[in-house]
Design a protein around this ligand. Structure first.
Ligand SMILES: [Zn+2]
Length: 500
């Protein structure tokens, strides 16, 4: 008897246990049919009867095992599909978030433009009202100027009339003096009775001429003064008119700028509203995607739990059918506590896979990797799951190292391969039964790298595959488990130690 059970015995036991499980399920579903079977099983007498039962039992076991396997496969396929859907939903979510962010940026930049335009519009309004009050003032000034011009015109007319009247009187006097003859003035002087009268008459004539001359000069001065005032006033009117025209055209240009700004602002406001509507729509879509993503995550988590439950059932079968800690004809594989002593000699001197450099721990195991710089990236125990985010037991120890991808994974001890297949969570996964209920498990190995199959007897140090990234893994690493009677234990508690 070797340290492990034969492949056929193990498989038969496994199938038997599976069948018991399915029978139990059937029993619960069809109690009537199961009652008969139970009574048959209880029958313990007669060798031929026992053989018959064994054959029937094996057939049932085969069917049950196939049924269980196809259930398992279907579940895995479903999970894979759901994961793909979840990935797509996540992609859409990411894109959607980018769109919403982009729209938010557009809205705030549009709002900034509207704010700037509002400031410019307010400035224009102020300028316009300023210009308008200037025009009002000039219009008033023009009114006052034109009334001044009117007054000046009237004064000029009046003075000219006075000038004309004075001139007419002067002309009449000269004409009368002329009509009376040149001798009349002389006669007027010569007919003076005495010298004193002559002097008086001469002075009188001089005074009359002087008065006429003065009057004419004064009137002419006044007229020319008024004409000058009129010219000044007219010039001022022209200047003010020009200013008014300028201001009017400025008002017009301000008015057109205002209209343009108003139009641009209205356009931007409309654009902002459109963007807001669009963003609202995108946000709704995002919420729907979020909900969908949550639903898929919940579904995956549920199916993962189902898978774990199925896996636990299979572990139970291994416990019932494979090697056990109570087997007596096997050497002990149990750890001897915290203090791991190391053996000098490997398990077998005839083992071609060992070169004597390997350290064999007191558990009889060697380290599953030979590359340098290995460290524990995730220890055995409770942890948050990287995909579902749920707090669950980490069933093994994760080993990592720089350049670990593709490094050879070695059997830690002699044993028999009882599982070698691709598992949804564990990727390419190998379980080796070392006897006495102890098994070692190696997960996430590269596709096509597995060098052992179910039933193979392997020797300590024999290559079984290469470190990879398959299954639920975020980076290449070796997920290593030790199971005692099917249940996981901490591999670092006396089974193996980190090298170096
Ligand atoms: Zn792990």
């Amino acid at each position: 008897m070797t340290a492990t059970m034969s492949a056929s015995k193990l498989r038969r036991c496994l199938l038997k246990a599976l069948a018991l499980f399915v029978a139990l399920v059937c029993c619960l579903s069809f109690p009537a049919a199961a009652t008969g079977e139970d009574s048959t099983e209880q029958a313990d007498e007669g060798t031929s009867q026992q053989e018959k039962e064994q054959t029937t039992e094996e057939n049932t076991t085969d069917e049950a095992y196939q049924e269980l396997e196809s259930q398992y496969e279907k579940l895995e396929q479903e999970m894979e599909k759901n994961q793909e859907k979840l990935d797509k939903v996540q992609e859409s979510l990411d894109e959607q978030e980018k769109v919403v962010d982009g729209l938010g940026n557009q809205i705030s930049s549009t709002q900034n433009e509207v704010d700037l335009l509002t400031i410019r519009y307010q400035a224009l309004l102020n300028e316009q009202s300023n210009t308008e009050s200037q025009i009002e003032l000039i219009t008033k000034q023009l009114g006052s100027l034109s009334s001044q011009i009117e007054q000046t015109g009237a004064a000029i007319t009046e003075k000219q009339e006075q000038l004309e009247v004075t001139y007419e009187l002067l002309k009449q006097r000269i004409r009368a003096m002329y009509m009376a003859g040149s001798g009349s003035t002389l006669e007027f002087l010569l007919t003076s009775e005495d010298f004193s009268t002559l002097l008086t008459r001469t002075e009188l004539l001089v005074r009359v001429a002087q008065h006429d001359n003065d009057l004419m000069a004064t009137l002419q001065d006044e007229v020319s003064e008024l004409e000058q005032l009129e010219t000044t006033l007219t010039d001022s009117v022209t200047a003010q008119e020009t200013k008014k025209t300028d201001l009017s055209s400025k008002t017009q240009s301000l008015e057109s700028s205002k209209s343009k700004i108003q139009a641009t602002s209205d356009e931007l406001k409309q654009k902002r509203e459109e963007l807001k509507t669009e963003m609202e729509k995108e946000k709704q879509e995002l919420n729907a995607l979020d909900k969908e993503s949550d639903e898929y995550k919940a579904l995956i988590s549920k199916q993962e739990d189902e898978l774990i439950a199925l896996s636990a059932q299979m572990e139970e079968f291994i416990k019932n059918s494979g090697s056990s800690t109570t087997d007596k004809d096997e050497e002990t594989t149990e750890p001897d506590g915290e203090e791991t002593t190391e053996k000098d000699e490997p398990d077998s001197k005839d083992n071609p896979y060992l070169d004597g450099t390997e350290t064999v721990f007191s558990s009889g195991m060697i380290f599953p990797l030979k590359c340098s710089g290995v460290y524990i990236s995730s220890p055995y125990g409770m942890r948050t799951h990287p995909i579902t985010g749920e707090y669950k037991l980490h069933t093994g120890t994760d080993f990592c190292a720089a350049g670990i991808d593709g490094k050879t994974v070695y059997a830690v001890k002699d044993g028999e391969v009882i599982y070698a297949a691709k598992h949804k969570a564990y990727g390419n996964f190998v379980i080796i039964d070392h006897g006495k209920g102890i098994s070692s498990c190696y997960a996430h190995m590269q596709d096509g790298s597995m060098r052992v199959s179910v039933g193979d007897k392997v020797q300590q140090g024999q290559p079984i595959g290469k470190v990879g990234d398959t299954g639920y893994s975020t980076a290449p690493h070796l997920h290593f488990e030790i199971r005692v009677d099917g249940s996981t234990v901490n591999p670092m508690s006396g089974y193996i130690k980190l090298p170096g």
